[in-house]
Ligand binder design. Structure first.
Ligand SMILES: Cc1cc2nc3c(=O)[nH]c(=O)nc-3n(C[C@H](O)[C@H](O)[C@H](O)COP(=O)(O)O)c2cc1C
Ligand code: SF4
Ligand code: SF4
Length: 395
């Protein structure tokens, strides 16, 4: 059994990379950082680079959450993308060497504004020793990227196609477009990537949103001290269902390998992404919140899981969820049953069922009781029940 993954010819020690966001080239600090990552991570993607003349709005704080979402979601309006100056390039060279010495891959993320910028940065980063180029076509907080289209660049299949062709003409490295979930049909965008010659796809970037509003003042939490609020990217566990759906759509539509990203917090989430078709994943918010150690926990958990299941490699279960994913519905066939051992009589399920009109649940002798004739098998009681006391049987 091995956690190793061969991805576009790159040998990943484990299927987890640190996703683009927290990490800059770091120069002399690089050695310490890659040492911290080394035992349990496959590699790292840099913060997105822009041309030295480019600008990215910078506000502080740029990370916000609410009481309700703490640990599960945050909104991010920065930090600004890094200008790819000569000094930064020297730092990247040091970082590449340090990463390679530790057996990690280093992928450079770029975001150009013009054809020349895309070409120049990809050439420079290839010369600096990076292993692949990720194209940030999905930044939710920049308004002045490619041809002034900003966050829309990954939403237009023709534009995605053009940028990939441009970068492919400038570098021999694998080119990996990173897609936004804010599109009607991510499969169509992925197909455009494939026909342009992309080598793989990363999905997803953050989901554009507003984390919440302070109802006392009417000011969104994502605001600066002057009360100017921003619409920008939401990340963390809460966006994982969207990430899984996007990866699943891309897997169905193309033959490209996929890096799954979005809301990964533990080894089970890694397995979920593998099962919808991404043999490797990137972790951004989880890494920011928990540091190097999340890699250790994911590696240990994934190892135990694969041993228990008898899997030799992640490819043994990559995409297995697809045979169960369907877009057609069957006739109503189940009704709810209550496990009396687990039911603590809290009665939360009763109004959920009765006030949404099915009127199939009551509390009897301090246990939930299902009227099987009336039960529509809708599943709402199981959604409500914190004891996980409700399951379903076929009629
Ligand atoms: C603080 C922060 C900065 C980010 N910066 C970038 C970036 O520069 N380029 C990029 O492609 N994605 C960037 N992302 C997006 C992440 O790489 C990732 O796609 C997204 O956050 C979803 O994954 P997560 O839930 O694991 O964070 C950033 C995310 C955060 C939270
Ligand atoms: S919500 Fe669950 S634990 Fe509470 S009464 Fe219903 S079945 Fe029992
Ligand atoms: S499955 Fe729906 S209808 Fe049946 S008991 Fe639960 S909430 Fe009521």
């Amino acid at each position: 059994m091995s956690l190793q993954v061969e991805f576009l010819g790159m040998k990943l020690k484990t299927p987890f990379l640190v996703g683009s966001g927290p990490w800059l080239s770091q120069g002399s600090e690089a050695q310490n950082i890659v040492k911290g990552l080394s035992p349990y991570w496959g590699g790292i993607v840099t913060k997105s680079y822009i041309h030295p003349t480019g600008k990215h709005p910078y506000i502080t704080p740029h990370l916000w959450t609410t009481k309700e979402f703490r640990g599960r979601a945050m909104q991010n309006s920065g930090p600004p993308c890094t200008q790819l100056t000569d000094e930064e390039l020297r730092g990247i060279e040091v970082s590449c060497k340090a990463a390679h010495d530790e057996g990690l891959v280093l992928i450079a993320s770029i975001m150009g504004k013009t054809e020349d910028e895309w070409k120049l940065m990809s050439r420079q980063l290839e010369n600096a020793g990076c292993d692949a180029i990720e194209l940030n076509l999905s930044c939710p907080s920049t308004l002045d990227s490619h041809k002034g289209k900003g966050r829309n660049i990954g939403q237009i299949p023709e534009q995605v196609y053009d940028i990939i062709r441009i970068v492919k003409s400038a570098t021999t490295l694998p080119v990996i477009p990173k897609l936004t979930p804010i599109v009607n049909d991510i499969g169509e965008i992925a197909a455009s990537c494939e026909s342009a010659g992309a080598d793989a796809i990363t999905a997803i970037n953050t989901v554009t949103g507003i984390i919440g509003i302070d109802v006392e003042t009417g000011i969104p939490y994502s605001s600066d001290k002057d009360g100017r609020a921003y619409v920008s990217g939401i990340s963390g566990g809460a966006i994982r269902p969207i990430g899984l759906r996007c990866v699943s759509d891309i897997y169905k539509r193309t033959d490209l390998p996929i890096f799954g990203v979005g809301g990964i917090q533990d080894w089970k989430n890694v397995v979920e992404y593998i099962m919808v078709g991404a043999p490797a994943v990137q972790v951004c918010t989880g890494f920011m919140l928990k540091g190097f150690n999340i890699g250790k926990r994911m590696a240990n958990g994934l190892t135990k899981f694969m041993e228990r299941k008898g899997y030799e490699s992640v490819y043994d279960f990559c995409g297995v969820a697809h045979k169960h994913l369907t877009t057609t519905y069957k006739e109503l066939t189940v009704y709810a049953v209550v496990d009396e051992e687990k039911c603590n009589g809290c009665a939360q399920c009763v109004p959920a069922c009765c006030e949404s009109q099915h009127i199939a649940l009551s509390l009897e002798n301090k246990k939930a009781n299902v009227n099987t004739e009336r039960c529509r098998g809708c599943g709402l009681c199981a959604v409500v029940c914190k004891q996980e006391a409700i399951s379903f049987v076929s009629r």
